[in-house]
Design a protein around this ligand. Sequence first.
Ligand code: UT7
Length: 323
Amino acid sequence: MIRSVIRGSGSALPARCVSNAELAERVDTTDEWIVERTGIRQRYLAGEGETTASLATDAARAALDDAGFDADSIGLIILATSTPDNTFPASATKVQAALGTPGGIAFDVQAVCSGFLYALTTADAMLRTGMAKRALVIGAETFSRILDWEDRTTCVLFGDGAGALVLEAEEFRDEAGAPGIIASALHADGAQHDLLYVDGGPSTTQTVGHLRMKGREVFRHAVVNLAQVLREVLDGAGLTAEEIDWVVPHQANARILDATARKLGLPPEKVIVTVDQHANTSAASVPLAFDHGVRSGKIARGDLVMFEAMGGGFTWGASLARY
Ligand code: UT7
């Protein structure tokens, strides 16, 4: 039996950091409101020359470096994004070209904020069926480019960035503490489209469009759906919440992170929180938070890590891995 093992991680942020106070100079909001309702203190916004593919490439290079692998050993690149450089081709192919590794598989996955969970689970399935030996799984976004900067209910919430994991297929050792992805679950409910969507696209308006969200309703669904999928993954793995060392959640709102941890009976100290620094970076937030957790010395080899996310569609999912 094959398992997909996390060999390395990396992340990248745009050069420009924007505090709540700076944002409040051009949007009708306050630092107090943003911090109290979301936990966000700052976000990074892409500038000229910084795109989803360029951030993804930087994160991928850092992850390869961490794993100690050459780019040409990677047979599969999956990039989760809702803000690709172009409508087509997939931004994953731009990353492949920038890394100088033509010939393998490269494609984008679009599941908004749960995109990284969809990409990770797809890569895991492809590695376990032998389609590749090593994979780069990336989440990268430039949501600043689809925000309505006149809409204070959404524009203060998001930021840009990228995170990447390197996975390798390895023969599973049936022993306690063996590394790899243990169990995953994904879901979607297309009936909730209108609660979180972009009001444009190539086949409807022929424009890029702007993000629209009914935040309060999304919040309510997020807590319920995440608690349900976390239990489902734990049951599938035959493990209990107490055995989890770290939860690496999608970083949308500090209050969602608290409420989800509480529902599972997990202490807040076990939750990796980066929403204060990065805001909501959609598909990038989970790998960004993981890399931050590793590099800050919190997440260590052998730890049991739960990834989880919920986003537009709705889509949601979770994945449990031994690092
Ligand atoms: O990543 C995908 C998943 N997304 C999420 O999970 C987001 C989920 N939702 C949320 O995080 C929260 O619902 C928000 C942070 C978006 C909003 O927080 P809330 O506590 O649900 O606030 P609300 O939408 O109920 O708005 C409360 C008040 C309103 O004023 P009134 O109607 O009570 O007078 C808003 O107009 O806050 C006002 N408001 C603001 N005030 C200052 C909304 N945005 C702002 C703002 N600055 N930026």
